[in-house]
Design a protein around this ligand. Sequence first.
Ligand SMILES: NC(=O)c1ccc[n+]([C@@H]2O[C@H](COP(=O)([O-])OP(=O)(O)OC[C@H]3O[C@@H](n4cnc5c(N)ncnc54)[C@H](OP(=O)(O)O)[C@@H]3O)[C@@H](O)[C@H]2O)c1
Length: 233
Amino acid sequence: MAENQVALITGGGSGIGAAVARQLLDAGYRVAVTGRGKERLDAFAQELGRPEGLLTVPGDTAVYDDVRAAVGATLGKFGRLDAVVANAGFATHDTVAEGDPAGWPDMVLTNVLGPALLIRASIDALKETRGRIVLVGSVAGFVPSPGNIYGATKWAVTGLAENTRRQVTEWGVGVTLIAPGRTETPFWDTYGSLPPGHLLTAGQIADSVVWAMRQPAGVDVNTVVVRPVGQPV
Ligand SMILES: NC(=O)c1ccc[n+]([C@@H]2O[C@H](COP(=O)([O-])OP(=O)(O)OC[C@H]3O[C@@H](n4cnc5c(N)ncnc54)[C@H](OP(=O)(O)O)[C@@H]3O)[C@@H](O)[C@H]2O)c1
């Protein structure tokens, strides 16, 4: 039952991760959220009224000790783990031929290594609950776009999701890749403006994440691509 379930969401203090956390808390889950910025996590907890079922764990998803500590803190407080959502990620919004390589290591480590570390750190606990792994990829992980380094990290996430599924399905663990199109979140702050056209809300992507997570035992939704109407590629 959802009342007993526990989820850990990386990058859960804003945007899509925060929207997933809200919906899961409303559904009776207990939820741990991570992020590098302690203030951001505190502000999120404050906004929600510091509910009993919410644990905030500052940490970098690209650092294995931090990820293991987040899994350990979640198990320590809530006693079990039913789902992890590898959501933390960002874009430098530049290109391979004209961008600034100084920004790329953090992006690659966060977007690609981060989900792998979360899977590695949580798999034993997820085996016990026959739980679920959700990876937040991107439409940019399905569609080539000129020079897009961020997109290349999300192609890696697309591959990681299916490679993981093929290993962990025999242990009863589900793997879902949610690939959002353009969504209105702080993701775009470093771009300087929102992209043109109609955008999804974080809540609309969270709807898909939570829908996939709440499938009956034995049902594994694998790939969901969600674009706003009007996004051509
Ligand atoms: N918005 C879109 O249009 C869109 C489209 C497709 C896919 N996505 C993907 O959706 C996911 C969520 O992004 P969002 O749109 O919700 O943007 P967001 O509001 O900026 O959320 C990203 C979260 O990840 C955290 N984060 C970043 N790097 C981290 C790290 N190394 N370790 C731990 N936490 C980290 C950030 O907090 P701190 O900075 O405090 O750590 C932030 O709370 C990302 O994977 C993004 O690539 C977004």
